[in-house]
Design a protein around this ligand. Sequence first.
Ligand SMILES: *Cc1c(COP(=O)(O)O)cnc(C)c1O
Length: 339
Amino acid sequence: MIVDLRSDTVTKPSAEMLDAMFCAKTGDDVFGEDPTVNELQQFVAEYFGMEAALFCTSGTQTNQIAINVHVRPGGEVICHEESHIYKYEGGGIAKNSGASVRLLQGDRGRITKNQIEKWINPEHDVHFPITQLISIEDTSNRGGGAIYNFEEIKRISSFSKDKNIPLHLDGARLMNALVETKIDPKEYANQFDSISLCLSKGLGAPIGSVLIGNKDFIKKAHRVRKVLGGGMRQAGIIAAAGIYALKNNVERLTIDHNHAQLLSNTLTNLSWIKEIIAVETNIVVAILRDEAKRDLIIQNLSSMGIKTIAFGPGMIRFVTHLDISSDQIGYTIEKLRTF
Ligand SMILES: *Cc1c(COP(=O)(O)O)cnc(C)c1O
């Protein structure tokens, strides 16, 4: 048996999803004529009670477009030091937008309003880059799938409005957070100026992310997407997978969360594990007793069919997703117990 727990991006489109893709009506989306892309964008905008949305190729692209629209060269973005926009997007903030970053530390990938407040640069002092964007990540990947406290998000949001600095959400795994907290998507989205939502993570679509914001923002984003080479033609065939995912694969994320909890319960008791970071959604991060054994452990797990991924020194990540069944979790638990 192969149990691929490396990432929630490894899911393959199901037969039903492929059927939806096969039947999708298409047109040239650069001309705005793809009915399925338009349907997806409208569906997402309405779902979050925002004015507009834009279908993009990846979460990196939606984040980078948002940054490019919000920030001018020489401006500064505030984010957590381990945030995806900084750590895993190939230096895109500097390369695409010519902006600098102010990196904050914080519990499990999360930052607070009080911290942000301290690091807003004084606009009238010419020494400092002007703070032009605050970006947070929910759930936080490096934080092991940690969910933001909604009260903290509201504090950050009202602060950003006071200061007239836009607030962006990297919501690659936003749906994982929302099914757990049961917060109304509209009330949640209302706190942000822009949101990036991945369809290709827990939702199980093969490709695509959606950028969400007001009409003016999305109009500007449209131009940036084209410049970055993200203008697609008959993209309805992949947008159809996104619509299918949003209509069928959101509620079931709780199954992934239960599976992650089960894995965590087993891992906690193993002698070679020092600590398991408390599971909040679909990510389990194991901290090993012997840091040097990480790669050997990953290799040995892999030889039993259990695929995991290195997650920094002495850390291994397990991610549950749509293509992991209860049987596969059972198999993994059984193998781990005797490992
Ligand atoms: C996966 C991910 C993204 C987007 O990654 P792509 O591979 O470009 O789709 C963005 N932010 C976070 C937190 C992610 O986990």
